[in-house]
Design a protein around this ligand. Sequence first.
Ligand SMILES: *Cc1c(COP(=O)(O)O)cnc(C)c1O
Length: 375
Amino acid sequence: MSEQIPFLRPRPPRLSRLLRELEAIEDSGIYSNYGPVNTRLEAALTEQLFAGLGGCLTVNNATSGLMIALREAAQLDGERCFALMPSFTFAATAQAAIWAGLVPLFCDIDPRTWNADPDAEDLLRRRYAGRIACFVPYACFGNGLDLARYARIAATDGAGLVVDAAASLGTLDDHGRGFGAGFEHPVVYSMHATKTFATAEAGLIHCADVERLARLRVMGNFGFGRKREATMPGLNAKLSEIGALLALARLEDFEHVVTHRASLAEAYRTRLPEFSFQQPIGRRLAYQFMPVRLPDNTPPRDAIVQALAAEDIGVAHYFSPHLAEQAYFASQCVCGDLTETQRLSQRTLSLPMSDLMTEAELERVCAALRRACRT
Ligand SMILES: *Cc1c(COP(=O)(O)O)cnc(C)c1O
């Protein structure tokens, strides 16, 4: 019997090793409400991941971060109601838009980068001129994005802009800075246990516009712009002090986590030359798992998944079904042409990755995948 290779092996920092720090929280009597541990965390994230530019606001998860950022950024006047986003993303992107009072408008992806296709976006911008309230690009699987272009089109169209960069903590842009560093619009990241920056439940909004960030902080605290008085829309999106402690501990070994995963990704690319991969944008990608596109003429994907399971190897298929294929979104949303989304979604497979995965395990996955694709 070979050892199991699960699809993901979440490995957040061990709270049991942080007894002293936990006692300090108990002694302080402060458990939440942007307390001292959270304040330290936000400063450390800004310094270490975003080159000291702008600021950071923690949230209890990326979904609430998207909800408040979208509510704040969307230009919901008159005819404007759409949130332009790819259909090839996670449910949270569209759910957050709907909670913010927007109607998701799904566009196609670029089959190379797997991000939203700029031509498809431009076509929908023309078709729905004056009706787009907010652009919501998704940095697919931790990939980079041309943020300057999004800032331009948002300004041209008089629309808001919020970036879903849920999986991009650890990704470096062309200058070697953290993806999103110093961007003037909100960029939202997840620190969920299954993401590269694994904690338990946590998220982060980074933005160069510190006044906007201050408004988002108020919105994340019930909209209390004055003492116990709501002055704007709000909800409870605060991160607990224990959550902040976990994130601080993760930050300590994060560089090691990301480089290990990047070397695994390189090994996957080298050992699977007949498969195609997402084209990376930027100097380095953070890998939550390894997404591949199956070659044509393989057995059906379900059969491949089963063959791998029989060899104790766990895989997944993000994002299949993509959003426009899911019942609730199909009933609530508007779609552009989704030809490339459909093609990729049907052929994509997500291969295992984890902080502790070895090259030997990776070789086993690749050999089993080859066998499964030949049968
Ligand atoms: C994981 C993910 C989210 C949600 O993050 P949470 O922190 O779990 O709320 C949102 N969008 C995308 C694209 C994701 O992958």
